[in-house]
Structure formats: structure tokens, C-alpha cells
Design a protein around this ligand. Sequence first.
Ligand SMILES: [Zn+2]
Length: 392
Amino acid sequence: MIICTVLMSIFLYANKTEELAWPKGETFLTYLEKYNISLNLYYNLEKEDKELCAEIVAGSNYFQLLDEKGSLIQVLIPISEEMQLHIYKNNENIYKFKTLPIVYQEIEEILSIKINNSPYLDILKATNNKALADEVLRSFSNSLNFRYMRKGDNVVIKYKQKIRLGKYFGQAHIIGALIEIKGKKHYIFKNEKDTKYYDEKAKSLTNFFFRTPLSYTRISSKFTKKRWHPILKRYRAHLGVDYAAPRGRKIYAAANGRIIFRGRKGAYGNTIIIKHNNGLKTLYAHQSKFRSGLRVGSRVKKGKHIGYVGSTGLSSGPHLHLGLYKYGRAINPLKIIKITKNKLKGKSKKEFLRYTKRIINILKQSINNQALRVTKLERNSSSSNIDLNSVL
Ligand SMILES: [Zn+2]
């Protein structure tokens, strides 16, 4: 009986790092409570860090190390592809909090395959990279019907992919891709300036247009993914844009969509999240109150009045914090809001075409090139026995 209990506890609380999915409904505060960590760890944080704690996404993978008794030694919780929250016990057994950049490697390579089954399955077979297969389908979804593809057609993709702890990590980043159907070539290219896909004539393939969601006084804080603060000697991030405006100023939906969250969200206070097409979501934080009559599930049109500017949650004055997410990843709203045309023009078109010419050559040369080697990581590779300190 005793042996059994001992074995059980070793099994349960072996001193090793676990990789877990953040449960739905769990917040930074409920997590602290679960491990009997003083909530002051949170309450003593600065405003920006508290906002980041509201960015934890259910389902994202985090790494946790417990001692034999089941108490927390340290944990790393991602809040974007770039940043993570680190809670750890210091030498005096006091819990500390830090925001840290996520350490990863990035590969850049070219995949060239002939269709045997379907683009999705063949990309998966060649690379084991689901994020890449998903992104290729998404990127061509507005310009190509994959049903017309036949055995022997060509797919060439120039892409970047992050790798963390021996696994693919985050979204696949397509630089350019060529799909050849019955000898006809179809291209897409990512324009780094606005993160949208265009064809070889600089015509946009992802038509999403956003409006500024209020009339504001000034932009009081811009988007930063990770920035080393030389005086504070720490990393800071701000995953949205802050628009200063008087309390009570109306807030409008930035684009057509459906409300998927309406309520309090940690340091963001009264928050509405709207889901749009193309894997996009917008988040409107710190509202004084919501417009009545709207609820989770309500469809809203671009420009629909949804709430009022306020200072709820953690906020030093009335403002709207606007977040924009693409497939769950925070992107800079100002990069997207500025764009109102679906074609590049003038200087930006010239620059883009010069850039794509080079990529087209690379893609064309890679058709039928069997010598290309791409990374193929084991699927479901186990992540136990990871030394957490090695990823800090
Ligand atoms: Zn903000």
C-alpha cells in the first residue's frame, strides 16, 4: 500500500516539465489561485503587464514545472508567437513575474512536390507541417479552385517556419507560392508591408477592409510585439493600439462580423471581441458600457455602434484599446486599417513587382527539382524531459 502510494506520487509529481494546453475559462488569476500563489503577484504588476495577462488564449500550449509536492517551480505561458509570461520561484522562495521573448529557430526553405493525392495531404506527407498545409490552402482560397488539380500538377512553396523544442511552432509564413494546373501557373506572394497576399499583378487576394472604430483625439500607444526597455531592463509589449478619446465617445465595429465575446476580460475591462472573415478578430477594450441589445452571437455590420469609450479594467484614462488578431496571433491594426485599395499602385506596386520577379524565378527553377530537401519533423514528438531553463 505504501509502495503503491509512493509510486503514485512519483508518477504524479515527478520533477519534469509538462507541456499542457491552457484550459478554457482559466485566467491568470485562477491559475495563481490553483497553485496557492499570492494574487499580489498580479496586482503589483504594471498596467502593461496586466494587459498582457489578459492575452492568454485558451488552448495554447504552456510549459510547467512542479516540485514533488505539486507546487509550482516555474511556468512559461505564451501570449503571442513572440512573447511569453514567466512565473518562477526565486532563491528566497518568492514568486516572480517576467515577460520574456520566446526563443525559437526559423527555417526558410522551398518545397517542390507533384500532386499525388491532394495539395493538403501531399504537403503534409512531405513535411508533417500542418500549419504549412493550412496556410497554403488559405492563401489560395480566393483565387484558385483546388478541385481542378490533377495528379502530376506542381506545387512549389517558398516559406518560413518557426521551430521550438523540436516542433513546428506558430503559423507558417509563405513568402511566395506557385501552383501549376495543366501547365497554367498561379502565384501568390505575401507583401510584408501589409501582411496581405497578392498575385503577380499586385492585385490583392485577401479583401478585408477595416475602418477606424471611433473618432479619436490621438493615438496614445502603438503596437509593439516585443521591445527591450533599456532603462527598465526588461521586455515590454503592447498588443494593440490605444486611441485616446473622451469618455462616452461611440465605438463602432471595424468590419462585418459576429460578436464572440462581450463581458469583462481582466485588465481589458469591458471588452467586445468580433470575429470576421479570413481568420481575423478585433478586440475593443476598456469600454464604459456596451450598447444594449447586442449579445454573443449577434451579427454586426462594419460601422455598427457597439459600445462607449471608458476606462474600465486597467487604464490610466478614457481610451479604446483595439486589438487585431489573425488566426489567433496579434497583428498591428494600423497596418491593416490604412489600406483601402485592393491593388497596389505607384511606388509600392513598382517595389512589389521588382521583389516578386525575383521570387518567381526561384519558384520556376524549383519545379521538378528533386534535389530540394525540406525539414520533416516527427509528428507528436514528445516534449517531456525538457529542461525549462534551456528555453529561457
Ligand atoms: Zn492598450
